[in-house]
Design a protein around this ligand. Structure first.
Ligand code: PMP
Length: 321
């Protein structure tokens, strides 16, 4: 192989293949019934270090394996193997840029009928260059969605089940069609749950408030990161509790968190200006901290980073091409 320019691959059916060759049949169980579980992971390119860092990779795979087990999808790899597979994939691809990494386990048999008994399991992993999911350098405009978050007693909220993302898609789509950037989704009881694919934080009187893990949220890794950075770096406590819709309008600051969304400042909710419509000081401080941590500029949090070793690409076995 003489051409070493970056290109995308997928781990699919037990081997690395060019991403375009990783294809499933239209009869695949997961394609028809939404029987898959996925993760969204980011790596960040640090140009000074000439290195890519994957953020909280182990935690994503721990969550992934808990979720796949919850919905009876068997993944034949442990956390260590999945971490190694991801590092190999990123090295093989060799992009000196920020990347989005997507593991996906799914019911792979080609059959009619929703039962999962005796249905085979598939696993794939791919990574593509990726920039912003939502704007982070100017305040977002949000609406409260007319769609409720699907109940934990209908589809496990914390499980990142593919089928559940029609709920996310409807909420996001409605918001965008109506001229907003994002949606706030209420839970079945009418309390604030999260964004369409982000957790939500309010700032009131110098403290953070966020819906609790019993409110039907996805237990976000970015949410956990922000709670820890707020406490450890800024001495700011977080109250995890029920949040009523109108409390959002009252808040001094509001922001969204997620692997894709990062830390997204909110300037407006349902036409009500939040905190003067500017990025609030606590949001700005947390955003700065977050980007320093994920990009490898804060050594105290280097345990959260998995260096890819892009400069050691030649040590990785050549993919099947
Ligand atoms: N809620 C939902 C519904 C999501 O899809 C996501 C994105 N995974 C989040 C919250 C944020 O989670 P994380 O910070 O782990 O990406």
């Amino acid at each position: 192989m003489t051409d070493s320019s970056p290109r995308t691959y997928a781990f699919f059916e037990g081997e690395f293949v060019p991403l375009g060759d990783a294809k499933v049949s239209v009869m695949t169980h997961a394609f028809n019934y939404g029987t898959g579980v996925f993760e969204g992971i980011r790596s960040y390119w640090n140009d000074e270090h000439k290195e890519s860092y994957v953020f909280r990779l182990r935690e994503h795979f721990v969550r992934f394996l808990k979720n796949t087990a919850m919905v009876f999808i068997d993944v034949p790899y442990g956390v260590d193997e999945l971490v190694e597979m991801t590092v190999n994939l990123l090295r093989m691809e060799g992009f000196p840029s920020d990347m989005y990494i997507r593991p996906l386990a799914y019911k792979s048999s080609e059959q009619i009928g929703v039962s999962m008994e005796g249905v085979a399991d598939g696993f794939t992993l791919f990574a593509v260059p990726y920039g912003k999911y939502i704007e982070t350098d100017r305040p977002l405009s949000l609406c409260v969605s007319s769609w409720r978050r699907s109940s934990d007693n209908a589809i496990p909220s914390r499980a990142k089940v593919t089928g559940n993302y029609i709920n996310t898609a409807l909420a996001k789509n409605e918001a965008v069609r109506n001229g907003y950037n994002e949606a706030i989704v209420l839970n079945e009881h009418g309390y604030v749950c999260e964004g369409s694919a982000e957790n939500i934080f309010l700032v009131r009187n110098g403290a953070l408030i966020t819906p609790s893990i019993a409110d039907g949220i996805l237990e976000g890794i970015t949410r956990d990161t922000i709670i820890r950075l707020a406490r450890e770096e800024l001495g700011i406590p977080t109250h995890e509790r029920q949040v009523a819709r109108t409390e959002v309008y009252y808040a001094d600051e509001v922001f969204l968190t997620g692997t894709g969304a990062e830390v997204g400042p909110v300037g407006n909710v349902d036409g009500r200006t939040i905190g003067g419509g500017q990025i609030g000081p606590i949001t700005a401080a947390l955003q700065d901290l977050y980007f320093d941590v994920v990009k490898g500029r804060k050594p105290a949090y280097s345990d959260w980073l998995t260096p890819v070793g892009l400069t050691r690409r030649s040590e990785t076995a050549a993919p099947v091409a």
